[in-house]
Structure formats: structure tokens, C-alpha cells
Design a protein around this ligand. Sequence first.
Ligand SMILES: Cc1ncc(COP(=O)(O)O)c(C=O)c1O
Length: 371
Amino acid sequence: MPAPWRFVLSYKPVIEETTPETAMLMPRDAVLQMSPYHPPTGGRRSKLRLDFNENTVGAPPHVIDFIKRFLTAADLSIYPEYEHALEDLSQHFNVALDELTLTNGTDEAIQLLMNTYVNASDEVIVLRPTYAMYKFYAQLAGASLREIDYRAERLAFPLEELLDAVSPSTRAVLISNPNNPTGTGTDMAGIEQILRKANNAAVLVDEAYYEFSGVTVLPLLAEHPNLFVSRTFSKTYGMAAMRCGCLFSQAANMQHVRKAQSPYSVNALAAMAARIAVQDRTFVEEYVLEVLTARELLYVELERLGIPYFESQANFVLFQAGERAIDIRDELRNRGVLVRDRSYELPGCLRVTVGTRDQIRRFLDALEQIW
Ligand SMILES: Cc1ncc(COP(=O)(O)O)c(C=O)c1O
């Protein structure tokens, strides 16, 4: 008698054959017009992963320890309950309970913003180059996309250009501060100018790399009814696989956003892990310090090798690999080190995630061999 799960694994549903006349289903126009987005997530485990801006030392030991020791069968068998996580996280971030919603990563925060505020054909402003999921969800919503370029020379934040582009018909502005992949950012005053000008738009400030830059507009929430801030547990907190983030805004906005959210979009394990993660700040503080030190080491060594780079406020650095960029990425991969190609949007550029000093030394050794 096979075990029940064997039966499930070998069960094949009977699929009715389609008649030859069945027409192929057409998706929505918005989906037809999108290009597929498939980041290179396969085969990374055995390599030095400096390609996705993750925490390169793994999840916090106290989170793993807690899950191993205290996870119960009921924790997984009942639908998730978020009360305790919301209480702990609102305290941690110093916001009211109704100014925060838990999200399935920042990605769900972006999607919620679109679903709540943007109708098809509405104008959405994003910067270029930036985190791919802004354009992804704007296009999926059928929005009319306006892209503003980072300044050519130093990839500085194009504040004046962005302010010029905002009009009364702008419904959303999506900003990554600091920005991925440029590493550059803007200050609070710049964001406030945008919030005032885009007073008819939901302005999302994605602070995925806040812990490295130290710049946050979260304290401005009470003053700006159009401000939305997102944070994630995917980067500094080392829990990208959990898919957990937070979206903040004034309570009146959060009411609408929560209406647009599926009731169980964040899994119970992720909510539990986020609660535990914020109980101990040491892990994050030590990791950030290590990364900032390693980033200085990286700058010094890139200069020694004569490789131009862009100064970054985050845990990654863009550098100029020139015409051989793709070959260099591949050669590094052959030596067990993963970096990310960005040459399709910034000619000749590769992006390397900054991990520990040892990891950056390993990257530099490999780079020097092939340079
Ligand atoms: C600017 C920015 N926001 C958000 C994310 C992803 O966040 P999450 O894993 O929370 O969806 C990334 C990941 O690369 C990012 O660069």
C-alpha cells in the first residue's frame, strides 16, 4: 500500500481534449504588451552570491533558532493571524497600528499601490534605470508610463527633471531611495518637494536599502497624505525567501489599501520571522557596519585597478567593466562569483553586491585575474 503522499505525487488529472476549433485565449492588452521579466535566480546556491543585493551571511541566527525551537503544527495548519506581528512591527517602526500593512515583500506593496490608486491609462512616473518591478506593475495596471532618466554623469537623482514631469494628472510616483541599480539617492528635502508637487498622486518611497543609507521619510508620514513608504525584510534582515515587507501611510490610505489586499497574502512563517527579527537589533547593526567597511575596501581596490565606479548609498556598487562586461560577468561566474549585468541599461556596467570584507576580497581576487 503506497504512502498517501505517493499517491498524490503520482496522480494525474484527466484533462479534456480541446476541440480543434477552440480559439487561443488572448490575455489583456496590458499583459500582451509587457516584456517577460525573469531575473537569473537559478543555480546560485553553491556560488558567492553578489548578484541580488541580499544579505550575504544569511538570515539572523536568532530567527532560525526561534523557528526551529518553537514552530508548532498549529502554526502551519491555521490561516495566518497578523495581530501580534502588526503590534510588534508598529512599535519597532514607531507608527500607529493602522498606518502599517504587512506585505508579501515590497513587490506586493507596489502592486497594492497600483491596485488601489491607478486606473488603466493613468499616468505613473518612474525613474530610469530603477527597480524593474515598478514598471512591471505599472504596465500590468495598463498605466501610461513616464520614465525620467537619472543624470548621465554621476547617475545623480534627477530632482528638477522629476518635478517638471509631475502634473495634476500624475496618479503615482515610484521612487527607490537609494536607488537600485545606481546606488544614488535623494535627501528628505527632495522627497518633500516631490510630495508637494505631486499632490494628486500616491508617492511611494521604497526604502529597501534604508539601513545602509540612513535616510528615511517615515517620520514625515503625518504631514503628507500622499506619502507611502515601503521597507523589506529581504535585504539587511537576510530573509528574501520569506517574502515579507511593510507598507506605511496615513490610516485613511491604509484603509483603502487593506481593502485591496488578499487577507492571507503574507504567510504565517514570514510574519513570525519578521516579529522575531526586529527583537534583536545587533544582527542588523553589525551587518551594516561590516558592509559599509567592505564598501570602502571595494572603492579603494577598484581605484587601484583603475576601474571606474559610482559611489553608492546602498549595499551594492555599479562599476564600469566596459565592452567586455558580459564576458567579465561570465568569467566571474566560472570562478564561482556571481555579479549582475546592467549593461543593457547602463552601457558597460556590472553591479556587485557588497557583503563582508572576506567576500569582497574574494570578488576582487577573481576580478583581478581576468581584468
Ligand atoms: C529597490 C528595491 N525594492 C525592493 C526590492 C525587493 O524587495 P522584496 O524582496 O521585498 O520584494 C528590491 C530588490 O532587489 C529593490 O532593489
